[in-house]
Design a protein around this ligand. Sequence first.
Ligand code: ADP
Length: 300
Amino acid sequence: MADVAPRIVVAGSANMDLVGIAARLPLPGETVLGDDFMMTPGGKGANQAIAAARAGGSCTFLGAIGSDAFGVTVKARLNASGVDTSNMRTSYGSSGVAVIMVDHAGENSIMVSPGANSTFAGLSAAETTVIAEGDVLLCQQEIPVETVLAASRAAREGGTRTILNAAPARHLPPELLAVVDLLVVNESEAEAITGSAEPRMAELLALVPRVVLTLSGKGSWYADRDGADERIPAFEVDVVDTTAAGDAFTGALAVAWGEGRDMIDAIRWANAAGAACVRKVGASNALPSRADIDAIYARG
Ligand code: ADP
């Protein structure tokens, strides 16, 4: 581990995932009997904050929970994972909730109610300071785009590097792209941005200076405006559940980049984090520790 843990600031969403499992998904207007139920803190922001903390980062989460019991549980989960929540907001009303139905074939239907996440707007002086004092700011797209823009601008002014994980795919305004140092997208997000099913790195590089395209079981592809263009293969593992692989990858990448590792090596290490995650069932509970990541990375 580096002598001083890099300071990772995640500005993003926090949700409670309510997961019901049934033999089949209900049709509109229909009720089916389920056979299992789980409640797990989630949201891409919270998941990536937990991923970064477990990977060895000194991680601060900026975002909003509601005034309900879900918010209390989500906050406890972040704290138990070593994430600093002292600047997290509580807004009166519902926390973000994802209602997820899964059938026995693994097919799902998901409804996300953003709740408090949509109230995360207008950065305070304290939030701006936290961002400016960080090594890496990590954002996703489950909070208002104006907040992602404000956070990224605060990072640029403070000399903090910004990673944007453009998930879920949404419109990316040019003024936001102008302050992003590294874009991380999977294949479907790249398709939504470029309008092409064939990954078009050149089009992505026209938007931002550095791009990581994650390719699931095929690893990752890195390219930048200085001419780097490299595929970094995935680590072979027994795949059990690919949920949250992207969150594990992105959180670990923020830590490795914050530690000053060379980008290709940082991506290899993040690939190890993604591989460690897919060996376990679940989302935030499947996010790997630094030791888990190192063990897979050491395979070479
Ligand atoms: P997302 O979850 O955002 O769709 P990916 O599926 O591309 O993201 O996964 C992120 C990273 O996790 C990949 O770049 C890869 O390093 C790792 N990963 C994902 N699936 C596998 C797999 N089946 N085997 C090994 N590594 C994987």
